[in-house]
Design a protein around this ligand. Structure first.
Ligand SMILES: [Zn+2]
Ligand SMILES: [Zn+2]
Length: 148
């Protein structure tokens, strides 16, 4: 059996890659009705779009549950997905969207890059003309620009 850390990294990476794909082709495609609640201002704390987080969380719980007895790759991939979900919440929901006011605007270049890339994604509230669909997988210019 490979080291657990490799499966954790795989679960983590799978979330960013499949997340990019799902966001670009499904959420800004046939599932726009749900995802658009994240692109439009609303007064309520929860968005229908949060269902996606529940769904991914459910996959992680299922994998951990199925792999727990033999402690196989499913368990560790579930852990990787859980880590990704936690980091996604802190970076996307707290740092960028400020659903909780834990931080002020980021100053670190890497965090600033993530922040600007996702702000660019939200420049539009339309299905078609959005850019930058990943959390980390974004056009690299967001990490190089000197302004602001
Ligand atoms: Zn979007
Ligand atoms: Zn967002």
């Amino acid at each position: 059996m490979l080291l657990p850390i490799i499966y954790i990294a795989l679960g983590f990476a799978a979330m960013e890659f499949s997340g990019w794909f799902i966001h670009k082709y499904l959420m800004h495609g046939p599932l726009w009705m749900i995802h658009k609640t994240h692109h439009q201002h609303s007064k309520s704390f929860f968005e229908w779009n949060d269902l996606f987080s529940l769904l991914f969380g459910g996959v992680a719980v299922l994998l951990i549950f199925l792999g727990a007895e033999s402690m196989d790759f499913r368990f560790w991939m579930g852990v990787g997905i859980t880590l990704y979900g936690g980091l996604y919440f802190v970076l996307h929901d707290v740092l960028v969207h400020r659903r909780l006011t834990w931080f002020s605007k980021p100053k670190h270049p890497f965090l600033k890059g993530i922040y600007k890339a996702h702000q660019a994604h939200h420049k539009t509230n339309q299905k078609e003309d959005a850019v930058s669909f990943g959390l980390f997988l974004v056009p690299k210019e967001f990490f190089n620009s000197k302004e602001k």
